[in-house]
Design a protein around this ligand. Sequence first.
Ligand code: FAD
Length: 374
Amino acid sequence: MQIVIVGAGVIGLATAWRTAAGGAAVTLVDPSPASGASAVAAGMLTPVSELTYGEEPLLRLGLASRDRYGAFVAELEELTGLGTGYRTDGLLQVAFDADDLKYLDDLRRFQESLGIPAEALTGRESRRAEPMLAPGVRGGLLAPADGSIDPRRLTAALLAACERAGVRLVRRRAARIAVEGGAAAGVGLDDGTVLRADRVLLAAGPWSGDLEGLPPGSVPPVRPVKGQVVRLRTRVPFLRRTVRGLVKGSSVYLVPRADGEIVLGATQEELGFDTRVTAGGLWELLRDARELLPGITELEFAEVSAGLRPGSPDNAPLMGPSALPGLVLGTGHFRNGVLLAPVSADILAATLLDRPVPEVAAAFAPDRFSEVQA
Ligand code: FAD
């Protein structure tokens, strides 16, 4: 079976590895592998704290992926000898004022109604857990099973794993889906070459709808949602785990890494394909972070970047066959693509290889938007 995968972000890479390991001949097409949102993402593995009313199927998918992460990373690290910065030290959400605390309280009740344990902390208990927190922090919510990973190290390891599994990497832009007899027959590159395939996976993040040749019903309804992040550095221990704060209704998070990097994020902006870093975006992040952790102003500045999340109409991914036979979609992972990589790779590899697909995938079939598109 010949498979061509368009896009080598965390989703395309993880799926290429699993599909090649499953016995297919896989070609991965990307002019600049791992350069999209996966290179900017903070790497929080936090299905519970991302929970929003009405997103229960996404929560189940997130939990299924988080449960797979330990084994996924262990296999990847052993195979490649490369680290990924995977951590399972939990997540502490904290509230800055009384309204923020009310929101956390509602979130805790909602989580408990779904049978997910959540530990409410007072302001003092929150500071005991994270001594750098500001004295004014009103309270917190601890999700002990959440974690984080360094997405840049993860994609580097996935690239190495793909190489070992025999995946062929073609560093070119895919320009069109080649259609023959009403089915996807391969991918046309920007130099005119056509890579023939039995199945094509479109995993090009927010660019997934841009390829020519896609019949109208098969164009994934994805859009770019910009996020800016700041990378800081510390030589002394600053945070023990990921901290996410609500500061007068606005959300900010800090993800510490073992090497001293701290990722501070993230803005959420609907500005099309715009990856400019703005003074206003940075100011908001630093302002809110300083309210929660005043010591942050002492940290060394390392980098600032902006990426484009692949957003979908219901904030959930599109995974499975499209309306065009032979074309599978694997995009729309929005704020959760790093978290969802292991389960997405299982779902998409099973789809490409004609094997039984994990049940949790049912809610994410691309045809849920077909009426909207029509
Ligand atoms: P991408 O990583 O964007 O990769 C798409 C790839 O497709 C790119 O390499 C690109 O070069 C390639 N491509 C594009 N067009 C073509 C073409 N025509 N031909 C060939 N290749 C093409 N998720 C989490 O789980 N936890 C987080 O903490 C988190 N934080 C985030 C913070 C920010 C600021 C942002 C922006 C995102 C964050 N995310 C997080 C979301 C996560 O990064 C995305 O959901 C995930 O990276 C999507 O992966 P992807 O492989 O679909 O897309």
